[in-house]
Design a protein around this ligand. Structure first.
Ligand code: SF4
Length: 375
């Protein structure tokens, strides 16, 4: 195996941007969710432990060479920057970025690492920590259903081996939505799996997909998702906003009129209802560009009013200003509501509105299509 043959999966959470990426399984073991295009058409595979170990050794070899270069270049950061500026491959880029950020964390890909037999995953994690001892934090994706099926002792063994955090796609806590979207999991599975992870000591991030109930089920989506999150009491609740593009089964259902999307304004109302109903002690994070109001963040319950105040602020704007903000967010000019007060940015968005609006109104389809670029 050559170093350039190291595999990289397609995604990782934004919070793992500086982690070493290691692909321990390929693709998704479920692969049926209607709102997801990432692994469609690709077969799930467990990777042999021996292959994964080879790759960890290859990372170590790159690290050693970089350390040698660092002695001449004036430090690891400088050597890493020189690789980042001219990477031999995606692998070199991944390793250099990881080292540039201190070489302390690793993310195990792909969509459901938990499905690996526990002894194999424990072996991989232990080997990773032993071979690359600067790594002090290891995280991964997993499915609630798989976590629910694992024994608590298995999750504890993974935690003891060094698995620090699991990122789980909860999406919704409302069973009719989960069934419609073919998520392959029920609210009860989410609760059992989530609570087991929390009890094992592994930190848990639960991902919620705003807008998943469409126009029809947004209220139930908000209240039932809050109910499930309250039961789980995860360390993090991370929200994303439904974005639909070709390649997702949901795309065809939107085209045929079976699924009617909620607008940004309706999704903001949904998020308000969700937050109002949360009474857990989780960190609420909006770390994704698809979210209209990315500044809604805080620790529950103490920051709840602060978070709801952001929504009130948006909802109190005039129709014209809300439209201006929505387009400004979707074309990447605004980061937060405060940016509305920046005359330069506001002027640019006004020009954009004038270009695309008909009778002063920007079509929802334009806003939806702008969002597709984000995923
Ligand atoms: S389980 Fe996750 S990765 Fe797999 S299809 Fe569903 S959303 Fe996509």
């Amino acid at each position: 195996m050559t170093i350039d043959s190291l595999e990289l999966g397609p995604i990782r959470p934004p919070s793992e941007a500086s982690s070493l990426l290691l692909r321990v399984t390929r693709n998704c073991s479920w692969n049926r969710c209607k709102f997801c295009h990432i692994y469609k058409g690709k077969r799930f595979e467990l990777r042999p432990v021996a292959d994964i170990k080879q790759e960890i050794l290859a990372v170590k070899a790159i690290q050693e060479r970089l350390n040698e270069a660092a002695a001449k270049a004036g430090g690891v950061e400088a050597a890493a920057v020189s690789i980042l500026n001219n990477p031999l491959s995606e692998t070199h880029f991944n390793v250099a970025l990881w080292l540039y950020h201190g070489g302390t964390s690793a993310f195990l890909q792909d969509a459901n690492t938990l499905i690996m037999p526990t002894p194999d995953l424990v072996e991989v994690i232990k080997f990773l920590k032993k071979t690359l001892p600067t790594i002090t934090r290891i995280t991964s994706y997993g499915r609630s259903k798989t976590a629910a099926k694992k024994k608590l002792e298995e999750l504890k063994a993974l935690h003891e081996a060094g698995l620090d955090r699991l990122h789980i796609g909860l999406e919704s806590g409302y069973d009719p939505i989960l069934a419609y979207m073919d998520k392959g999991v029920t609210a009860a599975d989410h609760i059992v799996g989530g609570k087991k992870i929390v009890e094992s000591g592994i930190s848990l991030s639960e991902y919620v997909l705003l807008g998943l109930g469409g126009k029809k089920m947004w209220r139930e989506h908000a209240t039932e998702t809050a109910r499930v999150l309250n039961e789980i009491n995860a360390d993090f609740i991370r929200v994303r906003t439904l974005t639909i593009k070709e390649g997702m089964p949901l795309y065809d259902e939107v085209k045929s009129g079976q699924f009617i999307r909620a607008t940004d304004e309706e999704i903001v109302a949904e998020e308000k209802l969700l937050i109002e109903n949360l009474n857990c002690r989780s960190n609420f994070v909006s770390d994704h560009i698809t979210n209209l109001l990315q500044e809604i963040e805080g620790k529950l319950p103490e920051d709840k009013e602060k978070m709801l105040a952001v929504i009130d602020r948006f909802q109190s704007l005039s129709d014209e200003e809300r439209q201006n903000f929505r387009l400004g967010r979707r074309i990447g000019i605004y980061a937060s509501l405060d940016d509305l007060g920046d005359p330069g940015k506001h002027g640019l968005v006004e020009q954009a509105v004038a270009k695309v609006a008909k009778d002063g109104k920007v079509d929802e389809e334009i806003l939806y299509s702008l969002m597709e670029r984000f995923i």
